[in-house]
Design a protein around this ligand. Structure first.
Ligand SMILES: [Zn+2]
Length: 115
């Protein structure tokens, strides 16, 4: 079982990695800052498509980042590793695979069925 310090370190590293990824993505966005200039002409359509892809990727990274922040908060509050729904301990194997997991396997499956 990983210690809380190891987990905290892992989460910090993940946070740094994701923030870097976000910065890279926003630097690569072909339409950053000039959204009002978007036209329907050929070249701009390509740029718009690349921009849309970029936005979608950034949204994904932002969601992962939010998960990391949530997990960091739980470490600080001392509730890390406990299921947010049933308050049982989350399976260690699951946490090893997904350090940001906030639900145990059972509750996660129930959530997925609902959506
Ligand atoms: Zn649970």
């Amino acid at each position: 079982m990983a210690t809380i310090q190891t987990i905290q370190k892992k989460l910090d590293e993940e946070k740094t990695r994701l923030q870097k990824q976000l910065a890279t993505l926003s630097a690569e966005d072909p339409l950053s800052g000039d959204m009002t200039e978007a036209h329907e002409s050929g070249e701009d359509a390509t740029r718009t498509a690349a921009h849309d892809r970029n936005i979608a990727l950034r949204r994904e990274v932002e969601m992962m980042l939010a998960d990391v922040m949530d997990a960091t908060k739980r470490v600080k509050e001392g509730t890390y590793g406990k299921c947010e729904v049933c308050h049982d301990a989350i399976e260690p194997a699951r946490l090893a695979l997904m350090p940001t997991a906030g639900l145990c396997m059972r509750c996660q499956q129930r959530e997925e069925k609902r959506s």
